[in-house]
Design a binder for this molecule. Structure first.
Ligand code: SF4
Length: 90
């Protein structure tokens, strides 16, 4: 089974409030590598047209890889109780 197929089995209870924040100004000024674009298995981070990091927090797998990769500006917390990924389906 492919990773994409396995990911499709996960279920998400989506909070209206993001559990991931980035200071866009600090990110642009201090980070040239943009590791977050490459380490996230769920492709939560993408690059916007103005060079900003876009965040689709709804698909976060709560693996923590981005918190290790980013030492500049990322503020990441687990989703509030009852929200987030549910692995029991995959
Ligand atoms: Fe992506 Fe994992 Fe970070 Fe969630 S915790 S945004 S899945 S790298």
């Amino acid at each position: 089974m492919s990773i994409d197929a396995k990911l499709a089995l996960d279920a998400f209870k989506i909070d209206e409030e993001s559990h991931i924040q980035i200071d866009q100004t600090r990110c642009k000024e201090r980070c040239q590598t943009r590791y977050c674009l490459y380490v996230c298995p769920a492709q939560v981070y993408t690059l916007g047209q103005e060079g900003e990091i876009l965040i689709r927090y709804e698909g976060c797998l709560e693996c923590g890889a981005c918190t290790i990769a980013c030492d500049t500006t990322l503020a990441w917390n687990y989703p509030r109780g009852g929200f987030g990924v549910q692995y029991r389906f995959g």
